[in-house]
Design a protein around this ligand. Structure first.
Ligand SMILES: Cc1cc2nc3c(=O)[nH]c(=O)nc-3n(C[C@H](O)[C@H](O)[C@H](O)COP(=O)(O)OP(=O)(O)OC[C@H]3O[C@@H](n4cnc5c(N)ncnc54)[C@H](O)[C@@H]3O)c2cc1C
Length: 406
């Protein structure tokens, strides 16, 4: 990684945050971790290994409990504080930020939505006391994303003892090597009953559960987005969190909270900010022989840097505008609910464009894996387009709402 100015100032410059002492304290927790994660990222990207040492650092810092309510011993962060921390960490390593962000946003949704009150307090205790992590395991090879409404091939059958037996394969289970719990979507296979969907909280030590290290992708190679394989995995009756008819939305999605959109927006904006920092440093310090001055003095390079600045300003204003409005202006929430998908779409596309522009500025040097990290940032940004919801779904929903609301 190149030594240069880094994200705290730049988040401040684009978005005007941190503004409060508490926001400053949270960013001060995240900033040194981001630097540390950035230094480790090259090696983990190279062999697609999951950075367990980053998770250990997060555990020690208390950030694994960032969104756990204060009543349960957590830091009780709201969407705005969460977004700041995730963006800052993603500046260092987007893979780690994705695993953390998914864990924290699931907890944030449960807390704010009052979901699963019979399991939630104990879960919070495990996070605060043991540093447990969880994530959703929803996507499947044939199903793709369950957001399209299909029935999962993963099934859960009740057994005579009152337990459940779950069989199936989940793909893209981010953070899998570090997770204590998986939120598993399954089709309930009950005698004489129509198929319904169930969400299960499956512990990682359940018999019949294993992780298959399958994640060998172009982007976010260190995110541990591996397969979760369940072969007649046995869980207790209390693992079943909720039941719904086929076609009904996931209870977390039904809440319409912006945790997911802000998490993804923060991750890919953090990636874009890191790419910007690399490009600015390169432009200010690279003096080609024939030019005799830094390439940052060339109008062509300045224009590209200016476009990067414009994209980052737009992303930050949107991201923190949505987060702050959500937190500070509850009466706007009916309108804000519809904006999360668009903010995710705009910020991820901006990140793709910023990383592309940064590579154009740096030329061949940016293609190298070291000392810059642009080639990794360029690849990582692409994952934002695949993380749900995809642009086509978001844009068609927005278009339909525009016509119907006319
Ligand atoms: C890095 C990364 C991490 C992830 N982490 C997790 C995780 O932790 N947990 C988890 O559950 N999931 C996770 N996902 C999965 C993610 O949320 C989506 O479910 C998944 O990326 C969708 O996969 P797909 O694009 O391969 O498949 P598909 O859903 O099959 O989509 C493929 C293409 O077909 C289109 N398409 C498919 N079906 C339809 C349809 N019915 N109507 C219209 N268009 C359709 C899509 O828009 C897309 O263009 C992760 C994904 C990535 C990339």
């Amino acid at each position: 990684m190149t030594e240069h100015d880094s994200a705290p100032d730049t988040i401040q410059r684009y978005a005007g945050y941190p503004r409060s002492e508490r926001q400053r304290r949270l960013l001060a927790l995240a900033a040194p971790l981001a630097e540390r994660f950035a230094a480790r990222a090259l090696a983990h990207d190279a062999d697609a290994s999951f950075p367990l040492e980053n998770i250990a650092d997060l555990r020690e810092s208390g950030l694994l409990a960032l969104t756990v309510p204060e009543t349960y011993g957590g830091l009780g962060a709201n969407e705005l504080e969460h977004t700041l921390v995730i963006e800052r960490l993603a500046w260092g390593d987007a893979s780690t930020a994705l695993a953390l962000g998914m864990h924290l946003s699931n907890i944030g949704q449960m807390a704010e939505g009052g979901l699963w009150p019979e399991r939630f307090p104990a879960l919070c205790r495990e996070i605060v006391e043991d540093g447990a992590m969880l994530n959703a395991a929803q996507a499947e090879p044939e199903l793709g994303s369950p957001s399209h409404g299909g029935v999962p091939a993963t099934t859960a059958q009740p057994d005579p003892a009152g337990d459940w037996r779950i069989t199936g394969r989940k793909i893209y289970t981010t953070g899998a090597p570090a997770l204590r719990y998986f939120l598993v979507l399954a089709a309930l296979d009950e005698p004489g009953e129509p198929v319904r969907l169930g969400s299960f909280l499956v512990p990682s030590d359940a018999l019949g559960l294993r992780i298959e290290k399958t994640w060998d992708a172009m982007a976010l190679r260190a995110s541990g987005s591996d397969d979760l394989v369940l072969e007649d995995a046995r869980v207790g009756a209390d693992a079943l969190l909720d039941v719904r008819p086929v076609g009904a939305p996931d209870p977390r999605a039904a809440l319409g909270l912006p945790w997911g959109a802000l998490t993804l927006g923060a991750i890919y904006t953090g990636v874009a900010l890191a790419a910007r920092d690399e490009a600015v440093h390169f432009a200010a310090t690279r003096i080609p022989t024939a030019l005799g001055k830094p390439i940052g003095e060339l109008p062509t390079v300045r224009q590209k840097l200016g476009e990067i600045e414009a994209l980052l300003l737009a992303s930050h204003r949107l991201l923190y505008g949505l987060a702050a409005d959500w937190v500070e202006t509850p009466e706007l929430r009916p309108v804000l609910r519809a904006q999360g998908g668009l903010v995710k779409s705009i910020t991820t596309n901006n990140a793709v464009r910023v990383t592309d522009l940064a590579l154009r500025i740096t030329g061949g040097a940016g293609l190298q894996r070291e000392p810059m990290r642009l080639e990794r940032l360029f690849r990582d940004a692409r994952a934002g387009l695949i993380n749900a919801p995809p642009d086509d779904t978001t844009l068609q929903n927005a278009g339909r709402a525009a016509v119907e609301g006319r």
